[in-house]
Design a protein around this ligand. Sequence first.
Ligand SMILES: Nc1nc2c(ncn2[C@@H]2O[C@H](COP(=O)(O)OP(=O)(O)OP(=O)(O)O)[C@@H](O)[C@H]2O)c(=O)[nH]1
Ligand SMILES: [K+]
Ligand SMILES: [Mg+2]
Length: 364
Amino acid sequence: MGILEKIADIEREIARTQKNKATEYHLGLLKAKLARYRVELQDPGKSAAKGEGFDVMKSGDARVALIGFPSVGKSTLLNKLTNTHSEAGAYEFTTLTCIPGKIEYNGANIQLLDLPGIIEGASAGKGRGRQVIAVARTADLIMIMLDATKSHQQRELLEAELEAVGIRLNTQKPNVYFKVKTGGGISFNATCQLSMLTEKMVQHILHDYRIFNAEVLVREDITVDQFIDVVLGNRKYIRAIYCYNKIDSITMEQVDQLAREPQTVVMSCEMDLNTNFLVETIWKNLNLLRVYTKKRGEYPDFEGGLIIRAGSTIEHVCHAIHRSLVREFKYALVWGRSTKHNPQRVGLSHLVENEDVIQVVKRR
Ligand SMILES: Nc1nc2c(ncn2[C@@H]2O[C@H](COP(=O)(O)OP(=O)(O)OP(=O)(O)O)[C@@H](O)[C@H]2O)c(=O)[nH]1
Ligand SMILES: [K+]
Ligand SMILES: [Mg+2]
């Protein structure tokens, strides 16, 4: 039996197994097996040819990948938001490769990637699905583009395809300490009540993965699937936004309904509706900050500025300015939202905020 058939078999069995206390173990094991086969399927050594995936250099401050079924308007959007041209057409699979464009916003350069459309079964290797998904894994933000005139099912189908290859959308990495050991058996502890996972289940799953010695410390109430994610360890936790295009072709009531969904932007490339809001939403979801540097006795450079990730420290800022700056660092003076008084003298671990002004003082 081929691996695709094995996967289909397990999926069928999961679907027809009723979910209750008595079937919990059985389901847990099935899910672990399913995850294992999917990893085998994705393993480049086995299935994917060498050089698969589109070789597009990362550039700019962040990368956004356009994922969607054929002809939802991905290329039309790239043409609208960037200076790059990508062929658009009324037929499916107009785009056959990865085409990068650049959005300039708030002083940041955002790389926007137009990609071929994917279809159901993409994760199992249909069409160029696997190549497209390989690019999606490298993105800081996945933009799931949908056709507002098509059924709602498209959204779930796309999510399932991304899910199947280990991409986790809009969720955090589970708070679990997991370490494989060379001896001592399996030690299992939890710092909170677990309502969906038991020690027995954890042992079963680990045995299924041929792991007999490990330390597991669960710090939040996770599901079996989340535990499997932890064991596999190669999951990508990526933010995603949903973009419904072609709202020029549906009713106001329908637009209103779609717009209320979480993480969603409704728009029309053709009529230029809501494109500015889309870019703003991209920016917000990338979680980028802009900070300004200044030299002693001079004004800050408000034209320039550095683009860094939210949660960055002065140390990150130093790295962004110059690689060797950390070694010469004495302290920094900061003016802005992150400080109580202005300026405030801070060390390398100080967390910066949007629009802080930073002056680095070096050792002599
Ligand atoms: N009505 C309407 N049509 C649109 C809109 N945006 C794009 N289209 C049309 O949708 C069709 C497909 O557009 P593309 O940009 O080629 O779509 P794509 O997602 O890149 O398609 P593939 O590369 O084949 O996957 C074209 O005929 C566009 O003119 C829109 O906002 N409204
Ligand atoms: K098209
Ligand atoms: Mg296209």
